[in-house]
Structure formats: structure tokens, C-alpha cells
Design a protein around this ligand. Sequence first.
Ligand code: GRF
Length: 207
Amino acid sequence: MNNPFRIGVLGSGQGSNFVAIADAITAGQIPAEVAVVLSDVESAGILQHARDRKIPAQFIPPGQFRTKLDENAERAFVTALQNAQVDLIVLAGFMRVLKGDFLRAFEGRIVNIHPSLLPCFPGLQSWKQALDHGVKIAGCTVHFVDAGVDSGAIIGQSAVPVLDHDTPETLHQRIHAAEHELFPRCVAALARKEISVAGRRVIWKKA
Ligand code: GRF
């Protein structure tokens, strides 16, 4: 591939969404390559999945805060992503909020997956929020990242039913399975440059 579209992936957890994206690339469904995988958690499964695939993977200590990166860490993440010459940053279970300098360095080029039909249930444990609220339809959202929490323009959504016997775990599993189909589909459209943005509206040029 000449000048392949380069993706940087950030994650803090097991990395099943990363695996779905990496598998879709291998299967030829996304015209891209994962240039680097970064994590704020040294033992995160996502790093091992990357190493298993011979993709550069790096733990970067997040610093003193619990929910964001400190200044040094932010600089280290930005530098690693710039060195890897990424075109797109994919947040696949990255558990820290990204702030000003990071967002400015990659404006309009950061996407996230969230386990709810936004704007419902932003923040943590959205599947539990959905169950507690009693909604009958839950799901997941891929969106651009802006300065808010789970508030950027929506690229794609996928709905799943909430069943009467659901527990937080069973609903979470159903949402997770939907994520593994939605996220690669959205990343493929971004890599193919089939996505345009007009304010909050994200238009898919090809269905
Ligand atoms: C997903 O549920 C995603 O919606 C949320 O974090 C989780 C990451 O899961 N942002 P995994 O590490 O990709 O398995």
C-alpha cells in the first residue's frame, strides 16, 4: 500500500475493540495500518494484543492524576503519536479525558467509542445507567472527540435491545459485540475519506 492511512490506538483495558479493528485491517476491510498502540496502564491487554501482532506498543505512565494525563504524560503521548505519523487517533477504551494541547495537536482526528446511544448516558458504566433508567434500547456510539466528555459529533451508532432478564453484565456483553462491528465500519469510512463533517452533522458520502 502506498502511503497507507496510519492509525494510532489508545486504550487502557483488554483491547477487544482494537482486536476487532486490527482483524478488519488484516481482512482487507479497512485500508489502513495501525502505526502504534499506546496505553496508560502497563498491564493492559491491549498492549499484549498489539505485540502479538508485531505492532509497536508502548506504556506511557499517566502521571499524578486519576482521570486525565499530567503535562509530561500528555507531551509523551503527543510525541509518540507524532513520531508514528498518525492520520487518525482511535480511542479504544482509553479511560482518561484528553485536554487542550492534545486535542489541538490532532484537531478533528480523534475518535472514540462509547457504550451508549449518546447523548444518553455519557460517562462511566453507561450500560448500568441504561439498565437503571429502564430504557428498552441501548447501544454504542462512535464520535469525534472534543473538549467535553462523550460530547463530540456522532459518526455512527448501533442499537441493541434491553431484555427483561438483563443484568449489567449481559447488557454490557451485547453492547460490546455491537461495538466490534460498528467501530471497524466507522474507521474504514474515515480511512477511505468517506466522512465529512458539517457542524454536528457527520455525513457518510457512501452508504
Ligand atoms: C468499550 O466498552 C468502549 O465502549 C469503552 O471502553 C470499552 C473498551 O473495551 N470506551 P475494550 O478494551 O475494547 O474491550
